[in-house]
Design a protein around this ligand. Structure first.
Ligand code: F0G
Length: 403
């Protein structure tokens, strides 16, 4: 049982096809009835297989009818080499690149596409910087739905674009930014051309909550001091916050980690709002960053993200493209963990905030690394040492590697 409500005015929302409150234009959110969960203890959930649907008492769709690709259940790596290099007590990396389509989006999409089928929709759609489109295309294929994805022209990493095409979505390159594409797809959704599965659809963050449930489960309910994650359209940090709030409401945990959102310097409206102590933000007209996944100037869930940060005594900071690429390589080369640039922003943020003394050296930190390194091979190949060439002889290969 659950209810869709307005985040801003609190009113209940009846129409399942709106993407904002018909009364005040506010953001939508879901209030879960935690009745089923209240009869359980956290360890009871372990009787179910690892993954998003282990947490079905906290999800707003019928688990028996779920469209699932066995998402979630991703590794939580204890990164001792990284912690030593950065000079912090404990770092875990939650590796969301291990999801079926290589990003955390699958957690929300299994719930979102299941909801679309529950409502009898035939076509689903989204605007995307890449990962949402890859994920939606795959889940739509599994669910037998038509899929339309709108992408910012020329700004989507190769792996993501290939995935959306491969799973059979209609891929439309829009002349403009992600923010422009989101405006257009919202319009199509209003005209009932498609069911909108961007994260303004409140069913998406419900699935994304499960990353937080898993982190607690994998740490044996020993709550970390801080969770750091990249912020783009700003729904994921809200989802993580909501997860902790629900478990705290049940008395399953007694504290919530400091949620720390990291944006790229060229796309950092939330960081600027945080620095000014504001609960709302001023959009950025021309966002730019190498981390194309989070190249977003007008984050749809920005106000929710700010609430998550303030309420947990967290933080928001920006990192440069150079810091992102350096962190991406550091994680790969110290831990063997390959993440895409946006995901590396969390590690870059950790390094920066340790340097500034915002994060204490004795903290236990979890970085959520949201997407796989293979999503964006072009950026990786540009930032690495040149490939060596040799004739097919041992001698020549020895010459090449001695260079
Ligand atoms: N990391 C990656 C790899 C992403 O793809 C995204 C968002 C984020 C972080 C930020 O998450 O938007 O919830 O704050 N990607 C969206 C997309 C916008 O279209 O794939 P957020």
């Amino acid at each position: 049982m659950h209810e869709v409500k307005c985040f801003d005015c609190g009113r209940g929302i009846e129409d399942p096809f709106v993407d904002s409150c018909p009364h005040c234009g506010g953001l939508l959110t879901i209030e879960m009835d935690l009745g089923e969960a209240s009869g359980l203890r956290p360890y009871d959930l372990r009787k179910r297989p690892m993954g998003v649907w282990r947490y079905s008492p906290f999800l707003p769709v019928d688990a028996t009818k779920a469209i699932s690709l066995l998402e979630g259940g991703t590794p939580l790596y204890h990164c001792k080499n990284l912690a030593r290099q950065l000079g912090v007590k404990t770092v875990h990396v939650k590796y969301e690149g291990a999801n079926p389509t290589g990003s955390f989006k699958d957690r929300g999409m299994t719930v979102g596409v299941s909801r679309a089928l529950e409502l009898g929709c035939r076509t689903v759609g989204c605007a995307s910087t890449g990962n949402t489109s890859a994920s939606l295309a795959a889940y739509a294929a599994k669910g037998g739905l038509k899929c339309v994805v709108l992408l910012p022209s020329g700004k989507v990493a190769a792996g993501k674009l290939a995935q959306a095409m491969f799973y059979g979505a209609k891929v439309v390159m829009v002349e403009g930014s992600f923010d422009d594409a989101l405006d257009v797809v919202k319009q199509l959704s209003k005209e009932r051309e498609l069911y909108l599965l961007n994260s303004v659809n409140p069913y998406r963050p419900e699935g994304q909550k499960t990353v937080a449930f898993e982190i607690m489960d994998q740490l044996d309910f020993d709550i970390p001091d801080r969770i750091i994650l990249p912020v783009g359209n700003a729904a994921n940090i809200w989802a993580v916050y909501k997860a902790f709030k629900e478990w705290k409401a049940l008395g399953w945990i007694d504290k919530v980690p400091m949620l720390t959102g990291i944006q790229a310097e060229g796309s950092s409206p939330i960081v600027r709002a945080f620095q000014a102590g504001q609960r709302d933000f001023v959009p950025e007209a021309h966002p730019e960053t190498v981390a194309t996944a989070i190249r977003i100037g007008n984050p749809a869930s920005g106000r929710k993200a700010l609430q998550a940060i303030y309420d947990t005594k967290g933080h928001a900071a920006s990192v440069t493209d150079d810091e992102i690429i350096a962190a991406q390589k550091l994680l790969g080369r110290s831990e063997g963990v390959g993440v895409e640039p946006a995901s590396a922003a969390s590690v870059a943020g950790l390094a920066k905030l340790l340097g500034e003394g915002v994060i204490a050296r004795d903290e236990r930190v979890v970085c959520i690394c949201t997407g796989n390194v293979l999503k964006d091979p072009d950026t990786v190949m540009k930032s690495c040492e040149a490939i060596l060439h040799a004739k097919a002889t041992g001698e020549d290969v020895k010459r090449a590697i001695a260079q």
